[in-house]
Structure formats: structure tokens, C-alpha cells
Ligand binder design. Sequence first.
Ligand code: PGA
Length: 256
Amino acid sequence: MRYPLVVANWKLNGNIKFIKTFLNNLSINIDKFVHCNIVIAPPCMYLYEVNKLLKNNKLFLGAQNSDIYMYGAYTGDISLLMLKDVGVRYVIIGHSERRLFHHETNEIIAKKFFAVKQNGLIPILCIGENEKEYNNCQTEIVCKQQIDIILQKINIDAFRDTVIAYEPVWAIGTGKTPTPKRVQLIHKCIRDYLATYDFDIANKVIIQYGGSISSKNVYDFSIQPDIDGVLVGNASLDINEFIAIINNVIASKKLI
Ligand code: PGA
């Protein structure tokens, strides 16, 4: 049984006051969140602060990025050892904003993925097509290529206890989304592809959807059998909206 995972990706937002109010409100509701794991991924500046307040076994700390090197002369970088030290459990890898604004290639992302696994943390590997690729019906090819690079650099075992977030780039922060049925087809295609390597790993891998998720549309996505929760950007900055998203995911999966 795959339990859904809901991730709040705060991106470059938040401050100490926001964090305290947000996590206080979240913890008041926590007992209702049955069989659903929740990750809060604040800017790395606030990881330590968030970890102090995440005193619940359904809530996990996530990092939005990591570096490849563990220590040394890399000014401005943050290592996985440091992330582990402050309680991080999940690391978002290959987000389209990192690919775009920081020129992260599939090669770099594969190295980061490998480093995250080696350090015993859980990667959330973001994959997905851009608008041009979508219009050219290349979604499946692009997703497979982004997975293939990991398979080539490591092997199918890389996907054991791993999360994939399918995030069409054109849907991120735009208010536009593919239909839930289309996302189901893509997720099934990703799972079937991994199953050609190892059925058990494919069956257990968590495949989230991300891109303009809100409390209004999340139910229709997460009711699909191969959509195992959501990666939420903008809507995760509003605590009431975020709680409604979690409740709708739980309701859609008929977990209580
Ligand atoms: P969004 O962002 O929910 O604001 O579209 C999603 C993401 O970037 O992961």
C-alpha cells in the first residue's frame, strides 16, 4: 500500500513569524492526517527552525536542493551532511526552477540524486516536459529520458524508497494544469517503465503530481490510482489552503 505524500515547497518565501504561525496551525490539525505523510521544505536558511517545531511522526523536513560535495572550499554551498545534521529527511532534486535558473543538467541532477541516496536521505526527483515538448506530444519521451539518466548512472535500485514528482513545467505557478486523466496516464507510463526493470520497486515508488495544485483541484488529481500525493508550491504558503489540500488528498484515497 502506498500512502500519499504531500510536500510544501515554500521556494524563496517565509520568515520566522510565518513559520511559527504555519506550524502551530498544522500541528493542531495533525491528528486528522491519517496515513498521509507531509513534508515541509522551507528555504535552507530556516531548516533548523522548522525542524525544532516539527515534533510529529507524520511531518518531515525537506530541503529544496543540495550540493554534491560533502565539505571543503565551496563557498556558498550546503552539503548533505549539513542537511542531515539539521534533521532533513527528503531532498527535492531537479526542480525545473533549478534546471532553468541554475542551469542544472540531467547529469548534475543524477549526481545529486546519487549523493542523496548515498547519504540515506530520500530524493524527490522532479521530472516533466516544457510547453514546447507538451505541444509536440513529447511528454513520455522527456520523462523517460530524465529517468534513464538515473538508471544509467546508478540502476533501478536507485528508485527503491524514492519519490518522483511529475511536474509539467508549463503548469508550475501558471494556474494551468493537464487534466487528471492525462496525469494518471503519464504516471502509469512512468510506473510501467520502471516495472520493466523491477516490478516491486515500480509498485512502491511514490509518484506525486505538481503544478498549480490548490484545494479546489487536488481531489480530482489524487483520486487517480497512480497519483500518490502532490508537490505544492504557491498554495502551500497559505495554511488553511494547505490543510484543505491534505484533507482532500486523504478523502480521495478513502484512507479513513
Ligand atoms: P506551484 O508550484 O504549486 O506554485 O505551481 C509547484 C512546484 O513548483 O513544485
